[in-house]
Design a protein around this ligand. Structure first.
Ligand code: NAP
Length: 259
């Protein structure tokens, strides 16, 4: 195998990638690596300012970008996100379902049903519905890759935070079910399962003393950074992962080994 063939395995030239929940954190890191690999990027999240800033950053790195403000919990916004992308680029090759939230805190018997519903809407329903929309708008004819951001929480129980864990466990199973049903259409569906990555979402943990203690207990002795997600995300979206579907990749510094 030649050096340029290795590079072409990871090349995303002429691909169009939609990153839902892409304005910061893990989603922005994924948008950056896909753009560097050659993809056109649709960067999306709720706040217009967030997507505009992310788009400016990506354009500064030479990418072609369409910023679209969309709340993944709202069907009108999801439909509009897919429609705007189709109008702009004529196709969608890669969908990253990365938006996630964790508002339901407490033992399961006391979790407010509204917070339970909100967590499912943002973390799970949105990914399912966007996958459906993208399937019908073009992937059923052209194939593609869907990457769902799950979590190591999918494989563990975390008392006080288990609503989140349940949504991520369901996301992993949804990933396998979609991969099974859509493989014949040339659509691969996989998931990322990060451990603690230092972002706004996990700030409460890593800013506390508990964060340092937790990091010291990990086999790799440090928390994750958003850049740690890039390699696995690119593998799952590119030809390097052409025969991988229905899988999840754990990126957790070894956290799950001991649990
Ligand atoms: N950080 C970790 O330790 C960790 C570990 C495992 C899994 N994850 C998962 O990784 C994903 C990204 O998390 P992160 O840590 O990078 O969080 P983050 O820094 O808070 O970023 C979340 C992104 O999602 C967007 N977003 C949130 N709610 C949305 C909604 N309803 N509709 C559209 N966009 C929405 C946010 O932008 P707006 O606020 O503008 O909407 C932002 O772009 C999540 O699915 C999370 O569950 C994170």
């Amino acid at each position: 195998m030649k050096e340029h063939e290795i590079a072409s395995l990871f090349n995303l030239d002429n691909k169009v990638a939609v990153i839902a929940g892409g304005s910061r954190g893990i989603g922005l890191a994924i948008a950056e690596v896909y753009a560097l690999a050659g993809a056109k990027i649709v960067v999306s999240s709720r706040k217009q300012q967030g997507v505009d800033e992310a788009a400016e950053k990506l354009r500064g790195q030479g990418a072609e970008v369409l910023p679209v403000a969309a709340n993944v919990s709202v069907d009108e916004d999801r439909v509009n996100l897919v429609q705007q992308t189709m109008d702009w680029a004529g196709k969608i090759d890669i969908l990253v379902n990365n938006a996630g939230t964790n508002p339901a805190y407490g033992p399961l018997q006391d979790v407010a049903f509204e917070a339970w519903g909100k967590t499912f809407k943002t973390n799970l329903d949105s990914a399912f519905r966007l996958a459906q929309l993208v399937f019908h708008s073009c992937m059923k004819d052209n194939g593609g890759a869907i990457v769902n951001t799950a979590s190591v929480a999918a494989f563990t129980s975390t008392p006080m935070l288990n609503t989140y864990n349940i949504t991520k466990a369901a996301m992993v199973h949804m990933t396998r079910a979609l991969a099974h049903e859509w493989g014949p259409y040339g659509i691969r569906v996989n998931a990322l399962a990060p451990g603690v990555i230092r972002t706004q979402l996990s700030r409460a943990l890593w800013e506390s003393d508990q964060g340092e203690k937790f990091a010291k207990g990990l086999p790799l002795r440090r928390l994750g950074e958003v850049d740690d997600i890039r390699g696995a995300a690119l593998l799952l979206a590119s030809d390097a992962g052409a025969y991988i579907t229905g899988e999840y990749i754990v990126i957790d510094g070894g956290e799950l080994i001991g649990s």
